[in-house]
Design a protein around this ligand. Structure first.
Ligand SMILES: Nc1ncnc2c1ncn2[C@@H]1O[C@H](COP(=O)(O)OP(=O)(O)OP(=O)(O)O)[C@@H](O)[C@H]1O
Ligand SMILES: O=C(O)c1ccc[n+]([C@@H]2O[C@H](COP(=O)([O-])O)[C@@H](O)[C@H]2O)c1
Length: 201
């Protein structure tokens, strides 16, 4: 797990990154800037529990590709979930929180994940323990409003003009951040590379 100083605010950005792309980089940049974070942990998951792993590149390759792309020294690429046998985000967050007293954590995800968030293990516990920043993504800008998460925690939505306060708020607290968007996806990149006959990593 990356080193962090007491009092810092840290964004937790989990993903398959199979492969990582400019859209991920943009999310990291937007989150750092708009949330006023000291660090962002780019957490390469051993595998999304809701996705098939048949096309998943090795963890080592996904970490190496992420390191090559991660924007700036405040972004820490890490794969500690695999090393500690953490499979679900709720487990990861409980683990991180227990080992880092005095640190303010924010969970970061793209708008597509907001739509399926209520299928995640212990999603209410996540939402009631950690502030959440949702970053806009083409195709999910409006659909997110009908998500179960947005409806359940409508009272806890923070205006994006106040996004810089999110890390210091008690959960539930979430915000939706609009901004420059990227329509890139790992699925599309894998498709293009397969068509061109080049390996993913
Ligand atoms: N273009 C994008 N804009 C905003 N958020 C994104 C974008 N691409 C990925 N994300 C977010 O980054 C995190 C990691 O995404 P992931 O590694 O699954 O990439 P992906 O492109 O969605 O992959 P796949 O196409 O394989 O589902 C998720 O929270 C996802 O919502
Ligand atoms: O814990 C869960 O039930 C869960 C379900 C779906 C996704 N996640 C996590 O959400 C993050 C984004 O996943 P992905 O595949 O969209 O990159 C990544 O850290 C996953 O482990 C977690």
């Amino acid at each position: 797990m990356p080193h962090v100083e007491r009092g810092m605010s840290v964004g937790l950005f989990g993903g398959s990154f199979n492969p990582p792309h400019r859209g991920h980089e943009l999310v990291a940049e937007i989150a750092l800037r708009r949330l006023g974070l000291d660090q962002l942990w780019w957490m390469v998951t051993p595998g999304n529990p809701l996705k098939s792993h048949s096309e998943l590149a090795s963890l080592e390759d996904r970490v190496a590709m992420s390191r090559a792309l991660a924007p700036g020294p405040r972004v820490k690429v890490t794969a500690f979930e695999a090393a500690h046998g953490l499979r679900y985000t709720a487990e990861t967050l409980a683990f991180v929180k227990a080992r880092n007293p005095g640190i303010r954590f924010v969970w970061i995800m793209g708008a597509d994940n907001l739509r399926s968030f209520h299928h995640w293990q212990d999603w209410r516990t996540i939402a009631e323990t950690f502030p959440i920043a949702v970053i806009d993504r083409p195709g999910s800008t409006l659909a997110y409003l009908s998500s179960k998460m947005a409806k359940t925690y409508t009272h806890a939505r923070v205006d994006e003009d106040d996004a810089a306060t999110l890390a210091s708020l008690n959960a539930p607290a979430w915000t939706f951040i609009h901004g420059p968007r990227s329509s890139l996806s790992s699925t599309a990149i894998r498709g293009e590379r397969a068509a061109a006959g080049t390996p993913v990593s």
